[in-house]
Write a protein of this length. Structure first.
Lengths: 596, 236
């Protein structure tokens, strides 16, 4: 290895205090400088940190934004989310391949441009979108591609250098601001009101508000904080800003428009938990927001709203560090997120123990969603009694929904809990939907007969992703897309999810290919049930939902696609021998037909 | 571990379980076999295979990591759970390239033994026929990744028993594979012939050389009695 690289690595590792738990940052920085994480770099990082190379390689190979081979100077990561595909992503991909001259997965011979696919980038309201060295490019049309590629060909700056493209802009797309999360807010008001109470009283107030986690699972926030506070040890507060559920982008809006509210909520949580350190785990796709978020943090420190003796309270110290992710959907699962924060592969943990007992660094940790923490700040500002006036009895407050797909007005909506799917479709201009995916692929696919259902914890809970499928869509194709997504994002730790997601994908491909039989549908259901029942974490347990909920709610979709034959093998012998047949010039004879 | 016990119910039988034990351990002490694969009694649980999944008060729970609690009502030997377990075993068979008749672990292989126990004739799923690496570089031990089920026993035993880190994982999802602590192959690691890590592999993936055929096929551990018989034999 060149000594200059060794010196660089040494410098980076030193800067992160030679702490193996900061391996994410170390590898990220080295990757940024060298363009990939070479075998030599792995050795060198391990050497300086005093850990084994296999630990570094394990972690670095896990995340999709870390290249192990020399990458391109500019990497175009085109989002291949269902919604991107619905908006013409395949045509855009073809335009890129034509303009660049290589296929997706490849890099130009001069190392200038590489084309890659990536999972949902959180831009479904302005799809198709791509990340080019971290720069977000949205609403791409095939006609835009030549200009983008020309600009990339001309540039010879270092990786991460700035190039200006058309469409290099993220639209806010806030369609409806509600009174709770996105109402006017005065900085410091929630902190001051909290400091007038004891930490226990703050938790009582949150309990009284009946606030439940906004990530989808809906665990009562006050209860989580209470468990965490009561557990002995050094307490941590983590904000989960790793929204990766396809079709979700509401945290993008909050991080852009309501960063102060979020940090205020984190500070209130820090006070309630007795934590001195808060961590914001930011998904790699949102790296463009990082500098702005750091600015907000600095300003809050200057204004005495972060750091030591916050808001003049002697001994109330709390600060926030931003941790960048590196491209792994599973890290939105709280225990996987913690593993990632500790510099490891994002493999979820078996629970119990829960993070509130043994979380980050095995200390009591509360992991909360961005929106949950924003709500917590508002509750402390305006009181639980005000908060419970919104929503339903068991689902208090409002919910931010990320709406995309076949509707007139995609974007973020703050709605009261209890809104029906019907009403929502009217609001967004998607009345003719043949189906609605509520909660993203890990949620449920609803048919028109279910549109009377209410968005709420008691009926149809959701993290907020709403994907509308218009009447002309081939829904089964999108079920396959979702299933491919889970196969791509499975961490691999447990067998049922690792293998089962790939097998479900194969089964769906067979059915879409017109080779499915009634027994294939039975097997698909059985396979989905195994993945759902036996997997280790929320990802695996919900990976079969696209399949299982469509089998249940829209069975005719499948019945239309299967053949009347009793059995067709997966293995297609004609296809397998097609090359030999072509070389020998002999035709394949169907034995059954020949003897019929 | 305290000397206290709690009462749990497994398939209708009341069991006195020592506090702090996992469901799998407590069941084992009572002579109740919960099928398992990545778990090994000498090692910390890994939670990879999920074969030991039971239902606790109706919910699927991993028995090798869940600690017993008083009043737990546990389902274990049910037709539903056994078919789900069999389904995982079948997934592992199609994920790798397991050619039992030519494998020197045959008869001592826990994957094969579980397949027999669950009555697997052939996997219900299509084979993936992946291309896997074989590493014969080390003088005493070889790795055949065709037979690796990513149970992590070698990873854990190298750390816990040998106080090394010879093994690890790389990549994710269906691409995930067993890695070694060197740039290329096993011979370049500090794995020693005496290391315990080589002896914990449940399949024929990590194999000590030159001993495999010492015991004739037909006289091996699971040729004589089904896997789990030793545990079930403890039942009073």
């Amino acid at each position: 290895m060149a000594s200059v690289d060794a010196a660089l690595i040494s410098r980076v590792v030193e800067r992160f205090g030679k702490d193996p738990q900061r391996l994410m940052d170390i590898v990220r920085e080295v990757h940024g400088e060298l363009g990939h994480v070479s075998e030599d770099a792995v050795d060198s990082i391990a050497g300086v940190l005093g850990i084994h190379r296999v630990q570094v390689a394990d972690m670095a190979s896990f995340y999709s934004f870390f290249d192990r081979e020399p990458g391109a100077r500019y990497t175009v990561r085109l989002s291949n989310c269902v919604v991107d595909k619905m908006n013409g992503m395949q045509e855009v991909a073809a335009a890129f391949e034509k303009a660049v001259g290589v296929r997706f997965g490849q890099t130009t011979p001069d190392g200038q441009i590489g084309l890659r696919y990536t999972s949902c980038t959180g831009m479904c309201d302005q799809a198709p979108a791509a990340l080019i060295n971290g720069l977000v490019v949205t609403g791409i049309k095939p006609a835009d591609v030549p200009a983008i590629v020309e600009a990339l060909k001309r540039e010879h700056g270092k990786v991460g250098g700035s190039v200006l493209f058309p469409n290099a802009e993220v639209q806010l797309n806030l369609r409806q601001a509600g009174p709770v999360v996105l109402g006017p807010f005065e900085n410091g008001s929630a902190i001051r009101k909290s400091l007038a109470l004891s930490p226990e009283q703050v938790i009582d107030e949150i309990n009284k508000s009946k606030l439940r986690g906004r990530g989808g699972a809906g665990f009562p926030t006050g209860m989580k904080w209470s468990f965490c506070r009561k557990a002995k040890g050094r307490h941590f507060l983590i904000c989960n800003a790793d929204e990766g559920e396809p079709g979700t982008f509401k945290d993008r809006l909050l991080l852009t428009e309501a960063a102060d509210l979020l940090f205020e909520g984190m500070t209130v949580a820090g006070y309630a938990l007795g934590a001195v350190e808060g961590l914001l785990y930011l998904r790699a796709e949102y790296a463009y927001l990082w500098p702005r978020l750091e600015q907000v943090l600095s300003r809050r420190r200057r204004h005495g709203l972060l750091g030591q003796n916050i808001a003049g309270r002697e001994g109330f110290d709390f600060d926030i560090r931003i941790q960048m992710g590196a491209g792994a959907y599973v890290c939105g699962e709280e225990s996987a997120l913690i593993e990632s924060l500790e510099g490891k592969r994002g493999a979820p943990r078996d629970r119990p123990p829960y993070p509130v007992q043994r979380g980050y660094k095995l200390e009591p940790t509360s992991v909360n969603n961005v929106e949950t923490l924003c709500c917590a700040a508002r509750i402390m500002e305006k009181g639980a009694d005000w908060f419970v006036k919104h929503g339903t009895r068991d689902s208090t407050g409002t919910k931010l929904l990320s709406v995309s797909g076949d509707c007139k007005h995609p974007g973020v909506y703050e709605v009261e809990y209890g809104i029906t799917v019907d009403k929502l479709l009217q609001l967004v201009g998607g009345e003719d939907a043949q189906a609605v995916q509520v909660g993203g692929p890990s949620g449920a696919c609803l048919a028109p007969k279910d549109y009377g259902r209410k968005i709420s914890f008691e009926d149809m809970p959701t993290g907020g992703s709403i994907i509308v499928f218009g009447p002309k869509r081939d829904l089964l194709k999108h079920v396959l897309d979702f299933t491919e997504f889970f196969a791509e994002e499975s961490c691999g730790w447990c067998a049922p999810c690792r293998v089962g997601t790939t097998l479900m994908k194969m089964k769906l491909e067979k059915i879409l290919d017109g080779r499915g039989t009634a027994s294939d549908l039975e097997e698909l259901k059985q396979l989905g049930t195994t993945v759902k029942m036996m997997s280790r974490c929320g990802l695996g347990q919900s990976a079969a939902n696209p399949v299982l909920t469509t089998l249940q709610n829209l069975p005719e979709l499948y019945r239309k696609r299967i053949t009347a034959k009793d059995f067709i093998p997966h293995f297609d012998i004609t296809a397998a021998f097609s090359e030999q047949a072509a070389v020998t010039g002999r035709k394949f004879v169907d034995h059954e037909e020949a003897h019929a | 571990m305290s000397g206290q016990t709690v009462k749990i119910t497994i398939d209708g039988s009341v069991v006195e379980a020592r506090e702090g034990l996992t469901i799998l351990q407590a069941a084992g002490e009572a002579g109740i076999y919960i099928p398992h694969l990545c778990y090994h009694k000498d090692l910390l649980p890994g939670g990879h295979c999920r074969v030991c999944t039971v239902k606790v008060n109706g919910k699927p729970i991993n028995a090798c990591t869940m600690v017993v609690g008083g009043g737990m009502v546990i389902e274990n030997d049910t037709a539903e759970l056994n078919d789900l377990r069999k389904s995982i075993i079948e997934m592992l068979f199609v994920e790798g390239n397991h050619i039992c008749p030519g494998c020197e672990k045959s008869g001592n292989c826990e994957l094969q033994a579980l397949a027999y126990r669950f009555g697997m004739m052939s996997p219900r799923y299509p084979y993936l026929f992946p291309a896997k690496q074989v590493d014969g570089s080390h003088p005493n031990v070889y790795i055949d990744r065709n037979r690796c089920i990513l149970c992590g026993r070698c990873v854990r035993s190298s750390q816990e028993k040998d106080h090394k880190r010879v093994f690890g994982f790389e990549d994710r999802g269906i691409q995930m594979r067993l890695a070694v602590d060197s740039e290329r192959q096993l011979a370049e690691t500090d794995l020693a012939a005496a290391d315990k890590a080589a002896s914990y592999c449940p399949t024929g993936s990590l194999v000590v050389k030159r001993v495999g055929w010492k015991m004739p096929v037909g006289t091996r551990k699971y040729d004589k009695e089904p896997i789990g018989s030793d545990i079930a034999g403890r039942r009073k």
